[in-house]
Design a protein around this ligand. Structure first.
Ligand SMILES: Cc1ncc(COP(=O)(O)O)c(C=O)c1O
Length: 482
């Protein structure tokens, strides 16, 4: 979306691409949507895509690729070892990130596995702005624990802070003093902090965290999966970077880090992942694990076609007109909802629009998974599939008690360059309707609860007949409309 002014003065997102390949989607009648969510155990992960109108579950592996990415896939060099495709990708990564070593992996969580395996020992602590589900699972699996020290603004739903993902520097110093640097496995900064609303981290904050870590000899790890969004926000929200090009901002960030890893399902709009390092010793330790868990060093579990698409996708990420697409659509969606009083995380972040289920469903007991219930209700009201990011996405405490999330969010992800503005407006319309009828929404309880990452495939049921009541109200208000 470009810097184009409309005559009316209205701020309308303008796509800087055109659509040249399409996929038909289905919008089922509300009665069928009721059957589908019932069959899916009220877990939007378990819906079949054929029953979904707009898949806004995630931005992971579902972004639209460019014609140049598709073209690049055709030149892939398919070989187990020494593929030209790998060397092309390695050269692009070196050019963009300026780090010496690259280890390929099949996706982001595979990188987390390798990093945790190498750096975390039982009893060690990892300090971070905020956890991501798979990151925390890998760290705890190795006997480590996680301490989150995002600044206080980060956990407020409504805020004016530009960089809500920033680490609280005073807490970082306290944490290091409390545990002692030997007990700290690593400090992790997550770009575009996912679970608190896709909120960015400022350059000033990263610089200060890096200074502290370097002075103490603590490894600093950067999760760059949502780097594209974070780069956009640094450019538009920090006046010092207004005239700095995206690649220079990227280089400045990576110069502060010891280890950088990413999910290429997000960064670069492809599929795969990778770890970048400058330290040879650490690289050699992780290298052995890549061949054990991922694949040979010149593919690491990725297909060569995806690696080619990634090389081009990463280069395209350095284009402001490419990375600004999603945050501007997210902002438009948030503004449509805010205009009807729907509580959403502000300022709008990258990745998606985050609806505050704590307030939206404040009448539902917090033990009954407000955000999970809201995600199911959004599907019922619209056919839009979003994701619970709240208590369901947490793991229980060791004693089996519920660990209530600090935020209860229904995340409506905006996959990059996939949906049109009319589809986004439709989503807002149905959520605004749901908000007016929110008193109908009830709670959920587990019928099958996996011990780990339960949100992926756990099954639930409603605590009353609220889904049928919601469907009936929809039919009453919308008549014949789907
Ligand atoms: C911030 C962050 N880190 C890591 C991951 C894990 O990446 P993947 O899904 O490729 O395993 C994700 C995925 O959503 C993410 O958002």
């Amino acid at each position: 979306m470009s810097n184009v002014k409309f005559m009316s003065g209205e701020n309308i997102p303008l796509e800087m691409h055109k659509v040249r390949m399409v996929q038909k989607v289905n919008l089922l009648p509300v009665e069928e949507r009721l059957d589908c969510i019932n069959e899916a155990g009220y877990n939007t992960f378990l819906l079949k895509n054929r029953d979904v109108f707009m898949d806004m579950l995630t931005d992971s592996g579902v972004n639209a690729m460019s014609q140049n990415q598709y073209a690049a896939m055709m030149r892939a060099d398919d070989s187990y070892a020494g593929s030209e495709t790998f060397y092309r990708l390695e050269a692009v990564l070196k050019d963009i990130f300026g780090m010496e070593y690259f280890l390929p992996a099949h996706q982001g969580r595979a990188c987390e596995h390798i990093i945790a395996h190498t750096l975390v020992k039982p009893g060690m602590v990892t300090i971070m702005n905020y956890h991501f589900t798979t990151t925390k699972a890998h760290i705890t699996l190795k006997g480590g624990s996680v301490e989150e020290i995002v600044n206080d603004e980060g956990l407020k739903i409504k805020s004016d802070a530009s960089f809500k993902g920033d680490i609280d520097i005073a807490k970082l110093n306290e944490c290091i003093a409390k545990h002692g640097k030997e007990k700290i496995a690593f400090v992790r900064i997550e770009a575009g902090t996912n679970l608190i609303g896709g909120q960015p981290v400022s350059m000033d904050n990263m610089r200060e965290v890096s200074r502290i870590c370097r002075s103490q000899g603590i490894t600093l790890v950067y999760d760059a999966s949502l780097l594209g969004d974070n780069l956009y926000f640094i450019k538009v929200r920090d006046p010092k970077y207004k005239d700095v090009d995206i690649k220079s901002i990227t280089r400045e960030i990576t110069s502060l880090m010891d280890v950088v890893y990413f999910s290429a399902r997000k960064l670069g709009s492809a599929r795969g992942g990778g770890i970048l390092l400058s330290d040879k010793e650490l690289y050699l330790k992780m290298r052995e694990l890549i061949t054990l868990y991922e694949g040979f060093l010149t593919y690491g579990g990725m297909s060569v076609r995806e690696m080619e698409a990634l090389s081009v996708g990463l280069e395209e990420t350095m284009d402001f007109e490419v990375i600004n697409q999603t945050p501007i659509i997210v902002e438009a969606l948030c503004n449509e909802l805010l205009a009807s009083g729907v509580p959403v995380v502000t300022p709008p972040g990258g990745l998606g629009c985050h609806v505050d289920a704590m307030e939206f469903c404040s009448h539902v007991p917090k033990e009954e998974y407000r955000a999970g219930a809201l995600a199911a209700a959004i599907y019922l009201a619209s056919g839009v599939r979003c994701m619970e990011r709240g208590t369901l996405s947490e793991q229980r405490n060791e004693d089996g008690s519920e660990r209530f999330a600090e935020m209860e969010l229904a995340r409506i992800a905006v996959p990059r360059r996939v949906f049109t503005l009319s589809q986004v407006k439709y989503t807002a319309d149905r959520i605004n309707w749901l908000y007016k009828n929110r008193s109908i929404i009830g709670g959920l309880r587990f019928t099958e609860e996996p011990a780990m990452l339960r949100f992926f495939f756990g099954r639930l049921e409603p605590t009353s007949d609220w889904p049928s009541k919601l469907a009936a109200q929809f039919r009453k208000d919308f008549g014949e409309s789907l």
